[in-house]
Design a protein around this ligand. Structure first.
Ligand code: AMP
Ligand code: MG
Length: 343
């Protein structure tokens, strides 16, 4: 009798729990994930987006909006597209204040901050030097010393003035600006913010050497981000584990040509006029803001080991991994929080 009663109670509780479980499954928010790829900014861009509130179609539409935003912004910052705002500014009358869009002004402001902070190792005024090297151009050749001489040690970033009220930029000397070392980072920040505002809950934006993690992985896990092995760019050197951070790398394997057995890569030392040669072949910066990471990765590449570690250790919230030509690596003081795993 008592046993029967107990059995009935247990069956009742079991049925109730089963019902609760079925209701939970039916009403549980489903996470939808999509992945899309485009080509822009001279690289392949892949977004992997997840949302707790959007459908697959809606997420695909979001990724299209992100790609449109990338194209819109790259048309402002391109140094080569004749229709870009930067191209027009470079070709305007130097010495005269030139009114620019909020975004271009913003990027000039950030760029100048990091030019001063790196003592000109990161310098957006290398346009003419970058053009004569034309690392990815059709006729790859080393420019003559005579061509390089007038374009080195100029520190023209000191000859840019910004009017914060009128939003104008003035070039106070004869130089061209190239934003190739920071534009991708800046665009990454804008696109990440847009993705969040459009309902993306978490994901990654992979823009070549610039990777942005949106939030944390499902279940509160970290994202494992791979750092390319500079000696064998198809393999990894290490991984770092991050949440909602950017991981940006500058490396000598990204763009280069080989002439007479020597590699000429795309990161130029403004003081020698030649590709930077100080033993460092890869710099990864981790932090919240990808424009900052991008400027610092290029700047530190040129600054070299000691000065870079000194600089990054002073900047709150930013860490670095530098790799030299022997495959040795060096890190800033705060790197342990990213679980650096060397392969
Ligand atoms: P990144 O891959 O971010 O290090 O940027 C490298 C690109 O920035 C090059 O392809 C050039 O267009 C430009 N660049 C090269 N050297 C410098 C430098 N020292 N400072 C700023 N921009 C540079
Ligand atoms: Mg950079």
């Amino acid at each position: 009798m008592i046993r029967n009663k107990c059995e009935r109670i247990f069956t009742f509780i079991f049925v109730i729990l089963l019902l609760i479980f079925i209701i939970f499954l039916c009403f549980r928010k489903k996470t939808v994930t999509i992945q899309n790829t485009t080509e822009a900014l001279d690289t392949v861009i892949t977004v992997k987006l997840s949302s707790d509130s959007l459908s697959e179609n809606e997420l695909n539409e979001v990724s299209l909006k992100l790609f449109e935003e990338i194209n819109r912004l790259s048309l402002i910052f391109s140094a080569t597209d004749e229709n870009s705002e930067l191209f027009k500014l470079n070709n305007s009358k130097h010495g005269t204040p030139y009114p620019v869009s909020d975004e271009l002004f913003d990027l000039f402001e950030i760029s100048l901050k990091y030019a001063y902070l790196t003592d000109g190792a990161f310098d957006i005024t290398l346009g003419k030097l970058i053009n004569i090297w034309d690392i990815t151009g059709d006729e790859k050749q080393v420019p003559s010393d005579d061509a390089i001489l007038p374009l080195k040690k100029l520190e023209n970033y000191k000859d840019i003035s910004l009017d914060f009220k009128l939003k104008t930029v003035t070039y106070n000397d004869d130089f061209d600006v190239n934003l190739g070392a920071i534009a991708k980072g800046y665009i990454g920040d804008k696109v990440k913010a847009l993705a969040k505002s459009l309902g993306v809950s978490f994901g990654t934006i992979n823009m070549g050497g610039n990777i942005l993690a949106i939030g944390e992985k499902e279940g509160g896990k970290n994202w494992n981000i791979a750092i390319t092995n500079p000696k064998e760019p198809s393999s990894y050197f290490a991984t770092v584990s991050v949440k909602d951070k950017c991981v940006v790398t500058s490396g000598n394997y990204e763009r280069y040509f080989i002439k007479d057995g020597k590699r000429y890569h795309h990161i130029l030392d403004p003081f020698t006029g030649y590709p930077s040669e100080n033993g460092i072949v890869s710099v990864t910066i981790i932090g919240d803001n990808s424009a900052t990471c991008d400027a610092l990765s290029t700047g530190c590449y040129v600054l070299g080991l000691e000065k870079s570690l000194e600089l990054i250790n002073k900047i709150d919230g930013y860490d670095c991994i530098l790799i030299n030509e022997n495959g040795d690596y060096f890190t800033s003081g705060g790197i342990s929080k990213y679980n650096l795993d060397i392969k």
